[in-house]
Design a binder for this molecule. Structure first.
Ligand SMILES: *Cc1c(COP(=O)(O)O)cnc(C)c1O
Length: 348
């Protein structure tokens, strides 16, 4: 009997999110497009004005709505949206209520937003589906490692949301993919849409996603095994100890040309995840000696990038700074240090 390619991944997703059904597509933009085009074509979708996001790579919520053939109905104001705003905007052409995670910005001050739980209750009372685009969608609660709370798909499913979309390659740390979990009857409609076939994942990506989801099925060890999570949860003391270990070798390699110090720094998670939080970390800061240090620091940065395994830092206040949070292979870095060709043109 011909089997379903997605079967394995679906079961794992249902297990970790508690959803009835799951499916996967090429990326989260495709997931949102498929959901809107299937459940809301030629009808209205209600979204708060505070959630009309643009993220990198030209994903803009109003444009996705248009591409999916829906009419966006803006609700509330930029800083404050209330349940009664959604309630008052529901009409005969309303297809669904939607919440979008403001992935890469934060609205602060006099603000108010409606929670997933409240909105899901309103949707249910009015017999409409409620969709939540979580963006990065972390599968485990990051507070376990002292990190800020990010709503998990399991949390919003438990809050009564009908369909949840999120990325496979942001905080999750897997391959590029868009994941959709939720009510079985609604997901069955997605699977029947010809767009689903056009947006599907290729089988190698599916295999990679399955491997990563299996790691999440073992929550005790997931933080060691998934590199993204390992780096995010790495204890500061561990990073500081690494800085001390590396310092003598860096000083030796750069003797007479630069000073090297271990400094406190902050790591920032990219990809529209953990928008406003910075994690305390430790870095090596390299300051060129001699005249024209601003020029020299660019030479240093270029020399590190030109190594067999390129080492990429950032230039900050006249120093070349290497945040050590994501350095796994210390030995490989050290064995390259005597091959630094500072002051020579980059060979490409
Ligand atoms: C990142 C993001 C997307 C797009 O996800 P991709 O997997 O990059 O296509 C959509 N919505 C939100 C809220 C996001 O943060």
């Amino acid at each position: 009997e011909r089997s379903q390619r997605e079967q394995c991944v679906r079961e794992l997703l249902c297990r970790v999110t508690g959803a009835e059904a799951a499916t996967v597509v090429n990326n989260n933009a495709a997931a949102v497009l498929l959901v809107l085009a299937t459940l809301a074509s030629r009808r209205e979708v209600l979204v708060s004005r505070g959630e009309l996001i643009e993220i990198g790579g030209s994903f803009r919520m109003p444009e996705i709505m248009k591409a999916a053939g829906c009419r966006l109905v803006e609700v509330g104001t930029t800083n404050r949206t209330h349940l009664k705003d959604y309630d008052g905007a529901i009409g005969p052409r309303t297809a669904l209520l939607m919440k979008v995670h403001p992935s890469n910005y934060e609205i602060r001050g006099f603000t108010s937003a409606v929670s997933e739980r409240e909105l899901a209750a309103l949707a249910r009372a009015r017999s409409l589906p409620m969709v939540s685009d979580l963006g990065s969608g972390m599968l485990v609660d990051l507070r376990r490692w002292g990190l800020p709370y990010e709503p998990t798909p399991a949390d919003v499913i438990a809050d009564g949301v009908d369909v949840v979309t999120f990325s496979g390659d942001k905080l999750l740390g897997g391959p590029q993919a868009g994941i959709i979990v939720g009510r079985a009857d609604l997901l069955a409609r997605l699977k029947r849409n010809p767009l689903k076939r056009a947006l599907r994942l290729d089988k190698l990506t599916l295999a990679a996603l399955e491997a990563v989801l299996r790691m999440y099925a073992d929550p005790e060890r997931v933080a060691e095994r998934v590199p993204t999570l390992r780096h995010l949860t790495r204890p500061l003391a561990d990073i500081a100890a690494q800085a001390e270990r590396l310092l003598p070798a860096f000083r030796r390699a750069l003797a007479g040309r630069a000073s090297v110090a271990s400094i406190a720094c902050e790591s920032q998670a990219g990809s529209g995840s953990l928008p406003a939080s910075r994690l305390p970390s430790r870095a090596l800061a390299i300051r060129p000696l001699g005249r024209r240090p601003e020029r020299a620091v660019e030479d240093f940065a270029r020399a590190f990038r030109a190594l067999a395994v390129p080492v990429i830092g950032r230039v900050q206040a006249g120093a070349l700074v290497f945040d050590l949070r994501c350095l796994d292979d210390e030995d490989r870095l050290l064995t390259q240090l005597d091959r630094l060709a500072i002051g020579q043109a980059e060979s490409g």
